[in-house]
Write a protein that binds this ligand. Sequence first.
Ligand SMILES: [Zn+2]
Length: 312
Amino acid sequence: MRSRAVVMLSLAMLVWMAARAQDQDFSKVQIKVTKVAGNIYMLEGAGGNIAASVGEDGIVIVDDQYAPLADKIQTALKDLGITNKPVRFVINTHYHGDHTGGNEPFANTGSTVIAQDNVRKRLESGGTAGNGGSLKMEAKPAAKGALPIITFEHDVTVHLNGEDIRALHFPAGHTDGDAVIFFPKNNVVHMGDDFVRYGFPFIDVASGGSVQGMIAATEKATAQLPPDVKVIPGHGALSNLDDVRAYTQMLKETSAAVQKAIDQHKTVEQMKQEKVLEPWKKWSGDFIDSDKFIETLYNSLTRTKGEFVKHN
Ligand SMILES: [Zn+2]
């Protein structure tokens, strides 16, 4: 019992807790680098996956994990032996601390941080993240030096290393500030936490996220991608479009199951007791189990109906 509780706690922290970053021991974390395609690499350590474009013009990274890992990330990029030029740009996929924790150290060493408008707003204000139910986490306001210097509403393109690296906003998915990052020349995409591999996803309903927006994001992103694109998920192993489609399918089916129960005027407690997500239990994880995902879907489906911005 105790060890399971410890595992759950450490997973929850690993997945995104920024406020707790100082309590976590990063000294043992090693940065694993995988070549994805052409000059694009994926870096794994603790927190969200990093995509890196490494080439003659320098380096662009997507997300930066936690502040204590910034030096290790810099070293791993240098050790590729491709360029001595610095990380010129950091693009954040969303505001959570396991994706933006390194913003300040990277900015201090000369990188320019780019993110969607709502990422900067939420980093600046801090607030409560969560699924609108039992999962709640406090995020402290970020230091000024951690705030993105360049923000965009809809999309932005960074022209570097011979590629048009495009960040496109998908509203109201994992949060209200999500960007999916396309590397069209190399046929790679970084999906941020709109697509993850740890089971049922965390949807930050408290920060403007919704399952409807997450489905819209994965469907719209996949519709504009070639079939053999390499997909970097927010968390977990390198993936392909079939993995994204299976995930989208699960989001749609579980949403329909909970919507049906809502239409039958069932409460969240009844849905948990009746195990309405039992057919999808292989997706139930230590961070987001079936009960937490029922809460997520219920809150998402009852609170945000028809409210989101549609501009993609
Ligand atoms: Zn996240």
